[in-house]
Design a protein around this ligand. Structure first.
Ligand SMILES: Nc1ncnc2c1ncn2[C@@H]1O[C@H](COP(=O)(O)OP(=O)(O)OP(=O)(O)O)[C@@H](O)[C@H]1O
Ligand SMILES: [Mg+2]
Length: 263
């Protein structure tokens, strides 16, 4: 059965074992540390949600669980109705490719590939026949059509993050996870990258989950979650958020999406 929730997490728990180089336990009697402690949260398709909290609160770990990059110990996690904890490693990889785009603070572009080749990576892995054309479109969407033949080291930090955004969104993910995407950028550049990210997420109608330490950026989301010590301790709507969906834009995007072949 298809769920209306993009992400539906119930009592999600995740711990990591602490082992020293010699194999000795360093985490007390149990040798493990609880990182995510019973998180229940539902995110809707198209929602733009900020995830805040002090360093070490568990934000990145929660994102990794949602994307299936880490496996929870307990609880349930459904993504558009699919119980991803029951998927095999290979199934999770395919599911992640089809449903998620992920952007990190550190860009993680491949240095020996051009902007176009970096933007095409997910499309290539998905076996898309028209990967180059779609990667070119994705770069144009982030304002980098003129830099496609340039290598990451020839681009500024803001431009590199926009290539990473193009790569994350080239397959039109239904969920975009962004872990401090402007954390390495100066204020002005960060704002421009954030503008691109919000408008891109809106255009492709993705559920955006944005981890940030920047209050101004968090305010731009329609909802804000706060984590502390592995738990979600606040969940509130934000009425003055900058993100407004225009019916016209949404309709235009849907048409564009229908025209676009999928791999
Ligand atoms: N593999 C691991 N083994 C042991 N502890 C871990 C592991 N991964 C994360 N942790 C611990 O889990 C806690 C949460 O880490 P996490 O990276 O999710 O925090 P965060 O909220 O993203 O912090 P920041 O804002 O600094 O990025 C931290 O105390 C961290 O040290
Ligand atoms: Mg983090």
């Amino acid at each position: 059965m298809k769920s209306s929730f993009a992400i539906d997490a119930r009592a999600l728990c995740y711990s990591a074992s602490l082992r020293g180089a010699g194999g000795s336990s360093a985490g007390g009697s149990s040798g493990s540390v609880d990182i995510v402690r019973g998180v229940s949260v539902q995110l809707r398709a198209g929602e733009q949600v900020a995830l805040t909290g002090v360093s070490g609160a568990g934000k990145t770990s929660l994102l990794m669980l949602f994307a299936g990059l880490e496996r929870a110990d307990r609880g349930s996690l459904r993504v558009f109705g699919t119980d991803i904890m029951r998927l095999s490693e290979a199934q999770r990889t395919a599911f992640r490719r089809d449903n998620f785009g992920v952007v990190f603070q550190g860009f993680y572009l491949l240095d020996n590939l051009t902007a176009l080749e970096n933007a095409a990576l997910a499309l290539d892995f998905a076996g898309a026949k028209d990967a180059r054309t779609r990667a070119r479109d994705a770069l144009a969407e982030v304002g980098l059509a003129h830099r496609q033949e340039h290598y990451p080291w020839q681009l500024s930090g803001g431009e590199q993050q926009r290539v990473a955004l193009a790569r994350a969104c080239a397959l039109r993910p239904k969920i975009l996870l962004a872990d401090e995407p402007t954390g390495n950028l100066d204020k002005g550049t960060g704002e421009k990258v954030a503008d691109t990210m919000f408008s891109l997420a809106s255009r492709i109608d993705a559920c955006l989950l944005l981890v940030t330490h920047n209050p101004a950026l968090a305010e731009r989301c329609s909802r804000r979650l706060e984590m502390s010590d592995g738990r979600i301790v606040a969940d509130r709507k934000q009425t003055n958020h900058a993100y407004k969906k225009s019916a016209h834009k949404k309709g235009a995007h849907k048409k564009q999406r229908a025209d676009r072949p999928r791999p």
